[in-house]
Design a protein. Structure first.
Length: 92
């Protein structure tokens, strides 16, 4: 199925040489799978960005999370500086 990743594969080989050969072949098979990510994320983005109400809610939540991260970083820097922690904390 396109865009799906399911299952697991185990191979038991009779020798190290056989294992090396099998691994080489498996790497050729799985490479395209890594290059084609699952489609679930794209479908979710399409659903959210394609609906005005969902998009507005997402933007509100995103702003809230970004603001919270900035607040926590500011508190972290303030705490580090107040404790006299060695180093400069300008990057926080």
């Amino acid at each position: 199925l396109y865009g799906e990743r399911i299952g697991m594969l185990h191979v038991v080989c009779g020798s190290a040489d056989a294992a090396k050969a099998v691994l080489s072949q498996l790497k050729m098979v799985i490479r395209p799978m890594y290059s084609s990510p699952p489609i679930h994320g794209a479908l979710l983005v399409e659903r959210i960005l394609g609906d005005p109400d969902s998009l507005a809610a997402w933007k509100t939540e995103l702003t809230g999370m970004a603001d919270r991260i900035l607040e926590v970083r500011s508190l972290l820097r303030k705490g580090l500086e107040e404790k006299g922690t060695p180093g400069t904390w300008n990057h926080i």
